[in-house]
Write a protein that binds this ligand. Structure first.
Ligand code: SF4
Length: 963
């Protein structure tokens, strides 16, 4: 980047301290001892932020009455944002007089976000004051889905649901109870609840989100997420729009920019010129699904040019195993390993990669050399995007990690660490043992390697009679809208023999809650307790999401027993709800459930929320000492500051941590590969004569060669590979108008179906047109605003065209956030964002949706609701997608083959048609691509693979007698 002189204005601003001095000696130079902001400098940046000692009584002028100068007094209480997974720090400003939350700002004491937020953080206030929010528990009247509701008490909801769960467990129908979660937002809490009930009942959204990438990373090193150390990197490669959206993006974005300010180069692979691509040094507009080919071409260059890290490859990959398995005729030498790899990838020339992807060979070459030169300081990220969109999308993360391995950047400073190295795991009181159940509705035998639950197939499993859901919780989860094939979900929800009781735990109305029996209002970011800890950089932190009015009441000397007493209406939180429900399932303790939720201090009594969190916080490394210095308990410290830094940015190379003498007692070393075993479990590996922990894989190293893939019937994928996607150019018939639709990108200001209740956010983004390059638009004769019919495998949707040079020619894209709806009979909700639609299902299996009216101004206690100027609520596209589960990772592959057409005279904007019989056929076509369990020893799944709620090992065998 080189030294840049300050401009005249910058110079003055730096001198008088308005901005930090960015032009100090050495600041802009990149060297081994890179500049960090000191604590004092960070404090100086935030000197305008109220200091914590004034948080109980902070005065500032009310900007709303300007130019009058009127002071307001606030109590400031920290919490964390719940509008994406990053859990950035927020501070709630509570009017002391009215005890109402007036606004949210950042929390400078949060080590991940450091005071900064994206637009969605402060917009939490819109969600709190949304005139359409659900304030009381509701029970349906009439038929499910008819839209009739009555207010009930929490007691009635708890008693009804707990009695049904109790009955199911006593009748050994454990697998009929499921908790299906969208955004978890908490650490470890449900791992305490569900195994305590003895059920294998966790179902997540991960297979429509990130499990593809997770699978690719896991095959390599037993960890399923990356933690790039952007601020310390020399080269950053993103396969996504991560600078503007995605997991941890605000904490990552600030560190990517820090890295760039210190000289790092940024490259982005994305067929869209996203905001991220536009901020990059290199934009690689690749054809969707070909990313792995580009990455392998880079790998080949690094290998051929000798830019690899010999030390790392030699010590930390299982190359001997690879040579033995694949090149038994060759001597086992490192040189033969390199030569074999060069031979294995010889077809992946930059020219081949260009032919596949459209990215120029010259650019691929240049970036590969830069990555090789960055060495250990190569940070990269792939999360949803390509990994979540393609048949074989998991191979993208696998090939990306290949570059990290080649450069030796795994876990290095400025490199890419496993996520779990930078994440805190809570210790809960009275922990349960793993459940002795395996639920094949979540982990069916056809998908033994699926990285998470096959949640997208649940309605198809129910449709073909594999089981039923007697008690089903949807929690911050909206499959009817967010998932592919929402009409099949709707069909199953309407059938009480498939879903016996459906309780929707949600802060706001959504398309799935319309088909529930109970709608139970759950707290927003400032109305609930959660622990957060995420891998935002090389350090580790913990943050506390808390109900701010409850905490204000505590500080003001008022005791609150249940959080709903201090929240708006009777909005509750899950923590207390689950504890209460657990007690009611097992009132006399005879089922062995209740004991897990007893107070650690008051035997036989119910644990309180403060006791639970105090128990967890007492066990956070360094927190007891820090809290003590301020004369606070650990709970009080977290309630006061909202976050604590456990480790400050030096969590590198943990695979090299030595095993202690105690660890080594009673161990044996496998002569073949140096793996150290104790009591039948692998605990480490010998590397260069030292006993170290290594990685949690069978070889305890990065697995270039995966025996697991061979054992589980996929030998062709034993090493990192490029897999041609289901939307590869070869399979599209251009003469019929077939294109690939990229339906996965996020608008940075929206959150799936959770931002329809935030007026500021919807005001910024409220349409989802089809992005189309001018060349393609000219071919079709489209101009911006024209209607276009997008035919999918199971139906179609009618959208509008946006002609833009930001799209790669030959590819079209549509954001997945817009197109929210409600029917006439539904409760009014999210009126800032929802169209009113008509749904017609007069012919069985054929579903038609049409828009009756768009978004309109409405009367409410919020004056802005009369000022709505946007009318177009966009179009719901996911509901027209068939399920396409990758046969290996289980990830839904989002990209769609679409046939583009000019709409007919009867077609209108927003029209949707879906044939659910066809969607069931497509489910079966993809199911036929699987290679089912059992694997070795009759296993249902490799024992070393993670599962979010891992059951007892005895459940892992298809034929239990064979284990
Ligand atoms: S990135 Fe934005 S939405 Fe996500 S937690 Fe941070 S402030 Fe909230």
């Amino acid at each position: 980047m080189g030294y840049k002189k300050p401009s005249f204005i910058e110079g003055i601003a730096e001198k008088i301290g308005i901005i930090p001095n960015l032009h100090k000696e050495n600041y802009q130079e990149f060297d081994g001892d890179m500049r960090q902001f000191s604590d004092e400098e960070v404090a100086q940046m935030y000197e305008n932020f109220p200091p914590p000692e004034k948080w109980d009584s902070w005065e500032e002028f009310d900007p709303k009455v300007w130019p009058r100068k009127e002071k307001k007094t606030y109590q400031i209480v920290p919490t964390t944002c719940f509008n994406c997974e990053s859990a950035c720090g927020l501070t709630a400003f509570i009017d002391k007089e009215t005890q109402e939350v007036k606004k949210f700002e950042g929390n400078p004491y949060h080590p991940g976000s450091r005071g900064r937020n994206c637009a969605k953080g402060p917009a939490t206030i819109n969600q709190v004051t949304d005139p359409d929010r659900i304030l009381y528990p509701l029970k349906r009247k009439g038929k499910r889905g008819d839209g009739e509701w009555e207010r009930i008490s929490w007691d009635e909801a708890l008693d009804t649901i707990s009695a049904r769960i109790r009955k199911a467990i006593l009748e050994e129908r454990h697998n009929e109870i499921a908790y299906h979660v969208g955004r978890p937002g908490a650490e470890g809490f449900m791992n305490w609840i569900l195994p305590s009930w003895g059920i294998d009942g966790h179902n997540s959204h991960t297979n429509i989100c990130s499990s593809g990438a997770r699978f690719g990373y896991n095959l390599w090193y037993g960890y399923d997420r990356p933690s790039p150390d952007h601020a310390e990197a020399k080269f950053i490669l993103l396969i996504s729009a991560h600078l503007e959206s995605g997991h941890y993006f605000n904490p990552h974005a600030q560190r990517i920019i820090e890295g760039k300010m210190k000289g790092a180069k940024l490259a982005t692979m994305d067929p869209r010129l996203s905001n991220t691509a536009s901020m990059s040094d290199y934009w690689m507009p690749s054809y969707p699904g070909t990313e792995a080919a580009v990455l392998l071409a880079m790998a080949l260059i690094i290998l051929k040019e000798g830019l690899y890290n010999r030390d790392y490859l030699e010590n930390w990959t299982n190359w001997q195993e690879y040579l033995k398995a694949r090149h038994a005729d060759k001597e086992i030498t490192f040189e033969n390993y390199i030569a074999a790899m060069i031979d294995e990838y010889k077809e992946f020339t930059p020219e081949f990669a260009e032919e596949e992807s459209g990215v120029k060979a010259e650019m691929i070459r240049e970036i590969a050399v830069k990555i090789g030169e960055a060495g250990e300081r190569f940070a990269s990220h792939n999360w949803r995007s390509a990994g979540a969109s393609n048949l074989g999308g998991w191979a993208v993360a696998r090939c990306l990690h290949f570059l990290t391995v080649l450069t030796g950047a795994v876990g290095a400073k400025g490199g890419t660490s496993p996520n779990s190295w930078n994440k805190f795991k809570p210790t809960v009181p009275n922990p349960p043992k793993p459940q002795k159940q395996w639920n094949q509705l979540h982990f069916p035998k056809e998908y033994p390697l699926a990285f998470f639950e096959m949640s997208q197939l649940l309605p198809h499993f129910l449709k073909e009679g594999r089981g039923k859901m007697d008690v089903y919780f949807s929690r911050v989860f909206n499959p009817v809208w967010t998932y592919p094939d929402g009409f099949t979900w709707m069909e199953m929800f309407m059938d009480e023999s498939k879903f016996g009781l459906h309780a929707a735990l949600t802060p706001t109305w959504n398309e799935t809650a319309f088909f529930a029996d109970f709608v139970l209002p759950m707290g927003l970011a400032s109305e609930r307790h959660d622990i957060n800890s995420y891998a935002t950089h090389g350090g580790t932190w913990i943050a506390f999401r808390q109900p701010v009015l409850r905490e204000a009441a505590r500080r003001n000397g008022k005791q609150v027993e249940y959080t709903y007493e201090s929240n708006p209406g009777e909005v509750w939180e899950e923590d207390e709800f689950w504890i209460e429900l657990s007690w009611r399932i097992d009132p006399d303790g005879s089922m062995g459930i209740k004991k897990h939720f007893e107070s650690p201090n008051r035997p036989g009594e119910k644990i309180t929320i403060e006791e639970y969190y105090q128990y967890v916080f007492e066990r956070v490394k360094g927190l007891p000492e820090t809290a003590k210095k301020e004369g606070l308990t650990e709970f009080q410290y977290m309630a006061k500051y909202g976050a604590f830094e456990i480790e400050k940015g030096e969590s590198y190379k943990k695979n090299e941590n030595p095993l202690s003498k105690d660890d080594l007692k009673g161990t044996e070393v496998d002569k073949k590969n140096g793996v150290i075993r104790k009591n039948g479990k692998d605990i480490g590996v010998m590397v260069n004569g030292k006993a170290v922990v290594g990685f949690p894989t069978p070889s305890r190293k990065n697995e270039f060669y995966s025996q697991t893939m061979v054992d589980w019937k996929w030998p062709e994928y034993a090493t990192p590979t490029y897999i041609k996607s289901h939307i590869h150019n070869d399979v599209l018939d251009k003469s019929k108008g077939e294109y690939v639709l990229v339906p996965t990108f996020r608008l940075p200001t929206l959150i799936h179906s959770r931002s329809g209740n935030a007026k500021w956010l919807v005001e910024i983004s409220n349409r989802n047109p089809i992005w189309m390059h001018p060349e393609d638009a000219a071919k079709w004769g489209f101009k911006t605003g024209d209607l276009v019919k997008m035919n999918t495998d199971i139906g179609y949707f009618i959208d509008k065209v946006w002609v833009t040079q930001s799209m790669k020619p030959g590819v079209v894209a549509c954001s997945h956030h817009i197109g929210r709806w409600r029917r006439e009979q539904d409760k009014t909700g999210n009126r800032w964002a929802t169209n009113t639609v008509n749904i017609d299902n007069s012919e069985k299996g054929k579903w038609k949706m049409s828009t009756k009216s768009g978004i309109k101004p409405f009367e409410s206690n919020d004056k802005d609701s009369k000022r709505i100027f946007w009318k177009d609520g966009g179009v719901h596209q996911n509901i027209t997608h068939a399920v396409h589960p990758d046969p290996i990772s289980g990830m839904h592959t989002w990209h769609q083959r679409v046939r583009i057409e000019k709409p007919g005279s009867n077609d209108s904007y927003g029209d949707i048609f879906v044939d659910t019989d066809k969607s069931h056929e497509i489910y079966k076509e993809w199911l036929a691509m699987t290679r089912p369990a059992p694997g070795p020893n009759g296993e249902l799944r490799p024992l070393w693979f993670k599962r979010a709620f891992k059951p007892d090992e005895s459940t892992y065998y298809l034929d239990k007698d064979k284990k």
